[in-house]
Ligand binder design. Structure first.
Ligand SMILES: [Cu+2]
Length: 395
């Protein structure tokens, strides 16, 4: 964090349709056997996009007194971005699953690297390096023991890799200096390993300079369910990230799932009393510590998600250094809007702050509609595990 936070508002990195066209042409030109269809679709979707005037008075939610000040104003165009932080909470990517002769589940994922301009706060564009055209990249989800096969293709302008956290051999580690090393633009490589151990993990590019490749957006969640599954819950993936929009080595915008203050504008609907499970990951570059604080309640915490019993009980704030992650579980006792945010106040003011909107079950459909969500979002959030879940149980 440096002193020029607010200069970002005068430094709009406007989208450059020309560069997107080039990318699209490149993608279509290589479409035969293309493994990165998602990224090409992303480029195609973005093709006609030009920045449009934002309606700065357009708020879908009224904030409690005092919380409307110091907020990022306006709304990000998620359609133009091609991704929505609210959907990213629940959009698990299971790959294409098959069963091999040994009865093992083999999951194949297609991931491509590419350069895409994304809107990270209203009117603020960032020239990202992405996995599948989005930041964070796809949430790769599987069960412990599944064979994971990642067809990685680099359509970007720089060398990239995919480095997963988990047990795997050196050649699957995705680092420079160990074969296959960095995957050059126009090249591809298939990473393959068994998902182990279960937990809340992540992957990121490990090309050099590392900090640049990470802060440009090359990371995603890697969630490995325990073989017995976890108790039924409403589950969310939250990637704490940040953006250095003026490339001075400090971040100007902080967020969960990329878009600053998105969950202030659109509080996350949940039901009073239900078990809520958050897969929380900190990938923020440049700042030593990030944190998560929940208002009005306490939670249990599973450090790295590699245990079935909490490693911390009844806390309301946890901290994570870069690359740390864990699972939070809690229930909201009363209806109402409850904040969650970094307890580094500066980060909260620069975008890393949101609301849960806890409602009684009978009011849930209305709460979904209020922020543009539907039953499908509800279904993904409550049935995301790769392990079939038992009937709802109360713990
Ligand atoms: Cu990279």
């Amino acid at each position: 964090m440096q002193s020029s936070h607010w200069s970002v508002f005068t430094m709009n990195f406007l989208t450059t349709p020309a560069s997107r066209r080039r990318f699209l042409q490149m993608g279509v030109g290589g479409a035969a056997g293309l493994v990165g269809a998602g990224l090409v679709a992303q480029a195609a979707q973005d093709e006609p996009a030009m920045p449009e005037a934002q309606d700065h008075n357009q708020h879908t939610v009224e904030y409690p007194d005092g919380h409307g000040n110091g907020m990022l104003v306006g709304a990000v165009d998620h359609e133009r971005n091609g991704f929505d932080p609210m959907q990213m909470l629940v959009d698990w990517d299971y790959g294409t699953a098959e069963t091999d002769e040994d009865g093992r589940t083999v999951r194949t994922y297609n991931v491509s690297a590419g350069d895409v301009d994304i809107e990270i706060a209203p009117g603020i564009f960032f020239p990202a390096w992405t996995y599948n055209g989005r930041v964070p990249g796809p949430t790769i989800r599987c069960a412990e023991g599944d064979r994971i096969r990642i067809n990685f293709a680099n359509f970007g302008s720089h060398p990239h890799t995919m480095h997963f956290h988990g047990f795997h051999t050196a050649e699957m580690d995705g680092v420079p200096g160990v074969e296959p090393g960095q995957i050059m633009p126009g090249e591809a490589f298939t990473y393959e390993f068994d998902a182990d151990p279960f937990g809340c993990h992540h992957y990121h590019c490990h090309a050099v300079p590392l900090k640049r490749h990470i802060h440009k957006g090359m990371y995603g969640a890697f969630l490995v369910d325990p073989q017995a599954g976890r108790p039924p819950a409403r589950e969310f993936m939250m990637m704490m990230n940040a953006f250095d929009t003026n490339f001075d080595g400090g971040n100007e915008i902080y967020a969960v799932n990329t878009v600053g203050h998105e969950f202030m504008r659109r509080p996350i609907p949940v039901k009073v009393g239900e078990l809520i499970r958050i897969y929380l990951i900190n990938i923020v570059e440049f700042d030593l510590i990030n944190s998560f604080h929940l208002h009005g309640h306490f939670f249990d915490y599973y450090d790295t998600g590699t245990t079935l019993e909490p490693t911390l009980r009844i806390v309301d704030t946890i901290m994570q250094a870069q690359g740390q992650r864990g699972i939070l579980e809690f229930r909201l006792r009363w209806p109402g809007k409850f904040m969650f945010h970094a307890h580094v106040s500066e980060f909260a003011e620069l975008g890393w702050m949101g609301f849960f909107n806890a409602v009684e079950p009978g009011d849930f459909d209305a709460a979904l509609a209020e922020v543009g969500l539907d039953e499908e979002w509800d279904r993904k959030g409550t049935q995301g595990s790769t392990v079939p879940q038992a009937a709802e149980e109360q713990r």
